[in-house]
Write a protein that binds this ligand. Structure first.
Ligand SMILES: [Fe+2]
Length: 190
């Protein structure tokens, strides 16, 4: 399906907004070939998503932390369904060199963006609530959380795959390099 070339501000008539997972991945593969041009990919990610039944195998929760469930990974990108129990939250973290888009699939999120000054200090830039269908990104330094009463799901596209990321401790004024791990891969617990 040659969909993304037709994407403009308006929806493409007759095309479903919810795609099967296979079609969605094919679309992303096309964007990957073209280097994930930010505006057109953002438009795609805002407009289209995956049929909820195709996400069910990846909806695996952890009671200890938000869970990173890998759906698809190539050298150019990874697609992850993150699932969050009420009260679970990421640390403040940065994506060094990767582009990261997040779409809210279910529930709502607290989204806080930060800026790092030359001397390494963080300043809060914005604070908002992301509702179902909302897209954030590409993000730089941020904290994502579900301080609300219900479980929440978010679909993340990282270009390129995350690998490591920087975690900030604002109280201590320090940062550390963390390695990204998965809670499940292809629907199976790691
Ligand atoms: Fe992030």
């Amino acid at each position: 399906m040659e969909l993304h070339k037709n994407l403009g501000v308006d929806l493409v008539p007759g095309l479903p907004m919810n795609m099967r997972l296979k079609e969605f991945v094919e679309q992303i593969d096309d964007f990957a070939v073209r280097g994930f041009e930010v505006n057109s990919f953002s438009e795609f990610y805002r407009t289209y998503t995956i049929e909820s039944s195709d996400l069910e195998p990846y909806t695996l929760f952890s009671d200890h932390s938000y869970a990173r469930n890998l759906i698809h990974r190539t050298n150019a990108y990874e697609l992850i369904l993150m699932v969050w129990r009420a009260g679970q939250s990421s640390p403040i973290h940065g994506h060094s060199g990767q582009l990261c888009w997040m779409r809210v699939i279910k529930g709502k999120f607290s989204l806080i963006n930060y800026e790092e000054s030359n001397d390494g200090k963080l300043t809060e830039l914005s604070r908002s609530v992301g509702h179902e269908g909302c897209v954030e990104g590409p993000s730089h330094i941020h904290k994502v959380g579900n301080p609300f009463d219900s479980d929440a799901l978010s679909l993340h596209l990282y270009a390129r795959p995350l690998g490591t990321y920087k975690v900030y401790d604002m109280d201590q004024g320090k940062d550390t390099e963390e390695t990204a791990s998965y809670y499940s891969v292809d629907g199976k617990r790691c």
